[in-house]
Design a protein around this ligand. Structure first.
Ligand SMILES: Cc1cc2nc3c(=O)[nH]c(=O)nc-3n(C[C@H](O)[C@H](O)[C@H](O)COP(=O)(O)O)c2cc1C
Length: 214
């Protein structure tokens, strides 16, 4: 059992790099402490990745990422989301062609290979048009997916810019292929892939936006 726990922790924190050798096997408290370190480190080191290797994300790894997504909390456990993952290069290149036609300046971006920040795998996240919690639920699902991906060495980037292009008349055939449930709207796309190039630096955060009320 303890060995199983150790194996599970080792595979879950590939990037968080806590190093299972540090886990003191004699107490539960220490195992929990290491877990905390792994989670915090994964959160703090995740960055939006905008350049990727060409190979699509391994589908078994992606299955774990999706599972982590759907284990996010959702209001009344309604799971108000629809997730469609695409690693078909022809699909992504087809949408890229449409995006470039609509905005030729895209091609001026450094290393531009596709409209999805060069990602080979993209998750399209949709929620009901009419739902008080849909967008919130999908946000939580999205973050679970991005963090679990990062813990496995998979980079990601939320892409709001994909939505208007996918909603345009020209992209209709691609939207149809997503086969979203009736009454759902595309909320965001998430790029996934194995990072290429330099590790991104964290944009500055404004700590004054959160504080205790005394
Ligand atoms: C809802 C949402 C939409 C975003 N849309 C885009 C986008 O269209 N293109 C892009 O390059 N990054 C996009 N981002 C990524 C943000 O720019 C990024 O998260 C932010 O600058 C903080 O950087 P970090 O993720 O590396 O910490 C989006 C993020 C969110 C949450």
């Amino acid at each position: 059992m303890r060995a199983l726990l150790k194996t599970t922790l080792c595979s879950a924190v590939a990037v968080a790099m806590v190093g299972c050798a540090n886990i003191n096997e004699s107490t539960t408290v220490n195992v929990e402490k290491s877990n905390e370190k792994a989670v915090v480190e994964t959160i703090m080191t995740r960055r939006s990745v905008r350049d990727y290797k060409d190979e699509a994300v391994d589908r078994e790894q992606m299955a774990k990422v999706i599972e982590c997504g759907i284990y996010a909390p959702s209001a009344m456990n309604k799971q108000t989301w629809a997730v469609r993952v695409v690693d078909d290069k022809a699909f992504l290149d087809g949408v890229t062609e449409i995006a470039v036609k609509q905005n030729p300046k895209l091609k001026e971006q450094a290393n531009f290979r596709n409209f999805f920040r060069n990602a080979p795998t993209v998750a399209f996240i949709a929620c009901p048009e009419e739902s008080y919690s849909g967008e919130y639920d999908c946000g939580l699902l999205s973050e679970n997916m991005m963090l679990s991906a990062w813990s496995m060495g998979i980079g990601s980037c939320c892409l709001g810019s994909v939505v208007p292009v996918m909603n345009s008349e020209e992209a209709k055939p691609y939207m149809e292929r997503l086969n979203l449930p009736e009454g759902y709207k595309l909320l965001v796309a998430i790029a996934f892939g194995y990072p290429a190039g330099e590790a991104p630096v964290a944009p500055e955060r404004d700590a004054s936006k959160a504080y205790y009320v005394e």
